[in-house]
Write a protein that binds this ligand. Structure first.
Ligand code: 8Y7
Length: 265
């Protein structure tokens, strides 16, 4: 899953892909590099980010979506928490909703249920503005797993079948470095819930911390390492900025693993 930020304040792209043509070109580039899904986001959800009103989010996302949904050979995902944005984007051809709030906003479940769209349910403790202020868990893996199980059940009850669901422990969303590492190691427990797993670690502060305070521009190799580790642990989808680097690393790691296991490639 290639990340396409259309936020003026996105921390790692610096708003460079804000303009429509550049966003479309960047999406195509990621597809040519091997992305199987493009995830468009119009609200910055980095720690400390301010809320964006729905009309502003739509103003950023819709023009890019309407081009990409028609042009791209792969599905387009919309990274949003807002039911109104979900509805408009699903009507415009989005194939997936990536919700860091796991469809908890009133109306979000209903916005998605009657469509055929896929949904990524992500765990987040607190809200982006404050979530990194001393997050506490007694057993982070059990608590995140239980949250995801409940939200998936809520979706299935509303008619969103398991084939439409993806779960994500939400690396960096209300978690310390230790919590994040524990969750990355816990892929087998999370997979036991019976849904595919999505992991997003690309350029995150976790990578910076594990490398000893590496700046955003120096997190590529660490991000690729984390993506490969997550995939080998069982993650099916990886949300990344650097598609080519990740895809090539995965291609080699996967081939070696398959051969080592004596499986077909
Ligand atoms: C994630 C995400 C972000 C993630 C899913 C960033 C929108 C922060 N992170 N969605 N979104 N999983 N599903 O650094 O980890 O990209 S925003």
């Amino acid at each position: 899953m290639g990340i396409l930020n259309v936020t003026p304040d996105s921390f790692s792209d610096g708003g460079r892909y804000d303009a429509l043509e550049r966003a479309v070109a960047h999406a195509w580039e990621m597809v040519e590099e091997g992305a199987a899904i493009i995830d468009i986001g119009g609200e910055s959800t980095r720690p400390g980010a301010a809320d964006v009103p729905a009309d502003e989010e739509l103003r950023r996302v819709l023009p890019v979506l309407s081009r990409l949904a028609r042009e791209l050979p792969v599905p387009v995902s919309i990274d949003t928490r807002r039911p109104e944005v979900m509805r408009r984007c699903l009507a415009e051809g989005a194939g997936m909703i990536n919700d860091i709030n796991a469809l908890r906003e009133p109306g979000a479940l209903e916005a998605v249920a009657g469509t055929g769209a896929a949904v990524c349910l992500m765990h987040m403790r607190g809200q982006p503005r404050t979530m990194q202020q001393a997050p506490h868990y007694t057993d982070v893996v059990a608590e995140v797993g239980e949250f995801l199980r409940q939200q998936a059940e809520r979706c299935e009850t509303a008619g969103i079948g398991p084939e439409r669901l993806v779960l994500d422990p939400g690396i960096g969303f209300g978690k310390s470095v230790e919590h994040n590492v524990a969750l990355l190691k816990a892929a087998p427990q999370l997979l036991a819930l019976g849904y595919p797993l999505l992991i997003g670690v690309s350029r995150k502060s976790l990578i910076g911390a594990l490398l000893g305070d590496a700046a955003v521009d120096n997190r590529l190799f660490g991000s690729v390492g984390a993506a490969v580790a997550a995939a080998l642990a069982g993650a099916r989808l990886l949300r990344v900025h650097d598609v080519r680097a990740t895809r090539e690393a995965l291609q080699v790691a996967w081939t070696v693993r398959a051969r080592a296991d004596g499986e077909e490639q």
